[in-house]
Design a protein around this ligand. Structure first.
Ligand SMILES: [Zn+2]
Length: 260
């Protein structure tokens, strides 16, 4: 099995262990085009072509691993090719075929995930992986409008421990509540990524994260959620946490050459 899919299985286990992946919650897609050898790319279609629902011109010749619709992360962790599939984007850029290992229909969120990948390629981004999951404490924050204003959560989370800013240096973009799976939510997510965030919060739902690989995308969400846990632990002790100062946060940016 190719390394990127092994990594998806490892991350799926972490998502389950963290309590972020109840039932079939969450989605993963990874652009594996560069990892596949020519023989695999030429495999006949097992099923399809299926309509993506949108035309995504930058995905011509691309291959993705996608979690299967209705499949559980905890099952995918053990058997990634029984609970996900490799798909090939057809030359018309609006259909896909399943080529391996079995006919496992991809996540219903495929159009939005692929739209994000289409955007990333257009931008020349090295990012290959997208992750949607339900991190408990980060979702809890979004049940108050106070946290939904631009960069309010980012600033508090960054200020909990220095590593948060170092390892999630673009912070947390905020998207107001929209219907799961809707075109509007996909468009708003792309807009937030374009606004220079790697991790985007969907109000009262979960996060959508992009990075070079799925482990890195997971790490960014994990780092942010850890900061939310520290915030809540401080509140549970009975105090509003002081947080690092603006000067301390700026010092981090200079010392580690961070983008914000
Ligand atoms: Zn969800």
């Amino acid at each position: 099995m190719i390394k990127q899919i092994e990594q998806v299985a490892e991350v799926a286990l972490y998502l389950w262990q963290k309590g972020w992946a109840e039932r079939n919650g969450g989605n993963i897609t990874v652009n594996i085009t560069e990892e596949l050898d020519a023989d695999v790319k030429r495999l006949p279609a097992l099923a399809g072509p299926f309509d993506i629902g949108v035309t995504l011109p930058n995905l011509k010749g691309c291959f993705f691993y996608a979690k299967g619709t209705g499949r559980r992360m905890r099952d995918l962790a053990r058997e990634p090719m029984e609970n996900g599939a490799i798909i090939r984007i057809c030359d018309d850029c609006s259909h896909y075929e399943i080529i391996a290992d079995k006919v496992v229909m991809p996540t219903s969120e495929l159009p939005s995930h692929l739209s994000v990948h289409n955007y990333l390629i257009a931008k020349g981004s090295p990012y290959k992986a997208s992750l949607h999951t339900h991190p408990i404490e980060l979702v809890a924050l979004t049940h108050s409008q106070k946290w939904m204003a631009k960069d309010v959560a980012t600033k508090v989370l960054w200020s909990m421990i220095p590593e948060t800013k170092a390892f999630c240096p673009r912070g947390l973009g905020m998207v107001p509540y929209m219907l799961p799976g809707s075109v509007e939510l996909a468009d708003a997510t792309i807009k937030a990524i374009d606004d220079n965030y790697d991790v985007v919060m969907w109000e009262k739902h979960g996060v959508f994260a992009v990075d070079v690989d799925i482990m890195s995308a997971f790490d960014q969400v994990d780092v942010l959620n850890k900061a939310a846990l520290i915030y809540m632990a401080s509140r549970a002790l009975g105090h509003e946490p002081e947080g690092m100062t603006d000067a301390q946060l700026e010092q981090m940016s200079r010392a580690f050459n961070l983008p914000k």
